[in-house]
Design a binder for this molecule. Structure first.
Ligand code: 9WN
Length: 467
């Protein structure tokens, strides 16, 4: 066989593998489909999670833009009066004893005058605002497909725009009373990177009082307890929930008394990118005055810049209670890349850290995808949740940010490595960075969703990436 034929055979084989992977990803999303929303995973997470749903909508848009729009609309049905989008909408049909803390534990949140009517119950926390980015994806995909699909998506966009605006306004005001441009979180669960070493120092100052015994259903659903947060971490999580409930889920009370108040750079960077998406949505639905959103973007971007630590070449979160930055080398530090449109020098710095031995250049990595926590960071653990494993969904966010930053070559390499990691077709929640072993929940919806989006990129973007 000549070199040309050989290349054709290999290309065909690779294409065949991609088709099989996409089929498996579709199957995972189908299995977790609850009609108008999607379970985060079949048994560990049988409810609707906020930022999971946004990523799921991005993947679903590749299958049906109508269904993807429903995913977001279903979540926003439970938006609080304040504009907050709850981090979990509980599935009334989930088997009892499947997830803790479940709806009973959060039922009191329904007593807040700001909560939506229950059931279904919601938590009173929130998660990073990927939703506008997802809504824009749905719209762009439908617009490309044209016809009735585009008309329906335009109607969806018109309906969701004011809801997204109110969600972002909540984050820019109630979650940033200082007007700093950075979002304050009340709980590590709000960051979406729950047990990351980012929170270790701030959590140390949380004194846990009496907690009645509680179940850890999660531990029975993963290969080994080391893949989930420890007992001491969970005690702190539940203690913080108890305090938030005691404060009546009231933002002012929480700001006055809560022991965990942290400015989260990753959350804030996602909000900048989401505000950029909102600006595009505003243009598509014919909104004229967008000065508010433009102001939010500028404020957010300036603030992210101010969190830069030149020593480690990453952005750092800030502990409002402790009055100090939280020093940790984690993927959250790539915030300037995610916020986008940084000056070339800052972009160069971020990429240098990304490619350094602290992340992609680490010699022991199975695939060149970033570990959630740098192996050089104290507290790194290759199997423990956000303390080291790689998360495909984070890789998607970085890949998408690299594309937006005009780095198609790096984006292409990251996508390629991410797809190789998923090639076995096991859509794990996260992966051991040195062995590539899938960990946590299996059949995780957002992992399947980002794979589908990667696999369905149209040729225009593929060739732009190859440039
Ligand atoms: C708590 C659903 C969620 C993700 C989070 C991830 C994990 C929950 C948990 O699962 O968090 O919200 O019980 O560990 O950390 O990012 O949204 O997939």
């Amino acid at each position: 066989m000549g070199p040309d034929e050989d290349r054709v055979v290999r290309t065909r084989a690779a294409r065949g593998a991609e088709i099989r992977l996409a089929a498996r990803a579709r199957q995972v999303l189908r299995q977790n489909d609850m009609g108008v929303w999607t379970r985060a995973s079949p048994s560990l997470y049988p409810h609707q999670w906020s930022w999971d749903s946004a990523f799921i909508a991005i993947g679903l848009a590749r299958l049906s833009t109508r269904r993807a729009a429903k995913e977001l609309s279903a979540l926003f049905e439970y938006q609080w009066k304040t504009g907050k989008v709850p981090h979990i909408v509980f599935n009334p049909e989930a088997p009892p004893g499947s997830y803790f803390p479940g709806p009973d534990h959060w039922a009191c949140a329904a007593a807040s005058p700001d909560a939506p009517p229950a059931p279904p119950y919601t938590s009173c926390l929130c998660q990073p605002p990927v939703h506008a980015i997802a809504a824009l994806h749905v719209w762009e995909t439908a617009e490309r497909n044209g016809g009735e699909e585009a008309d329906e998506a335009r109607a969806f966009l018109r309906k969701i725009y004011p809801k997204l605006l109110s969600w972002h306004r909540y984050l820019m005001t109630a979650r940033d009373p200082e007007g700093s441009g950075l979002v304050t979180i009340y709980h590590p669960w709000e960051s979406g990177t729950d047990n990351s070493p980012r929170w270790d120092a701030a959590l140390k100052n949380v004194e846990v009082g009496y907690l009645p015994p509680y179940p850890r259903y999660d531990l029975g659903q993963v290969g080994s307890p080391s893949e989930r947060p420890t007992g001491a971490e969970y005690d702190r999580y539940l203690w913080l929930v108890k305090l938030i409930k005691k404060a009546g889920c009231d933002e002012e009370n929480i700001h006055r008394s809560h022991p965990f108040l942290v400015k989260d750079v990753l959350f804030s960077a996602i909000l900048v990118a989401a505000n950029e998406a909102l600006l595009e949505i505003a243009a598509s639905v014919g909104v004229k005055d967008v000065s508010l959103i433009i102001g939010w973007i500028a404020r957010g971007r300036r603030a992210i810049d101010g969190c830069w630590d030149p020593e480690i070449g990453l952005c750092l979160d800030y502990d409002l209670r402790g009055g100090r930055p939280l020093l940790a080398r984690t993927v959250a530090g790539f915030a300037p890349l995610i916020a986008g449109r940084q000056n070339p020098e800052r972009l160069g710095d971020v990429i240098a850290t990304l490619e350094s031995p602290a992340f992609l250049g680490h010699p022991r990595l199975r695939w060149r995808v970033p570990p959630s926590t740098s192996p050089l960071q104290e507290g790194f653990h290759p199997r423990s949740y956000w303390r080291g494993p790689t998360w495909p969904v984070v890789n998607w966010l970085l890949w998408w940010s690299l594309l937006r930053a005009g780095e198609p070559g790096r984006a292409r390499r990251l996508r390629h490595a991410s797809l190789l990691q998923l090639a076995s077709g096991e859509f794990g929640e996260y992966f051991e960075p040195f062995t590539g072993e899938p960990l946590g929940a299996n059949g995780q919806s957002w992992t399947a969703a980002v794979a589908l989006d990667w696999l369905a990129r149209p040729p225009v973007e593929a060739s732009a990436e190859a440039a």
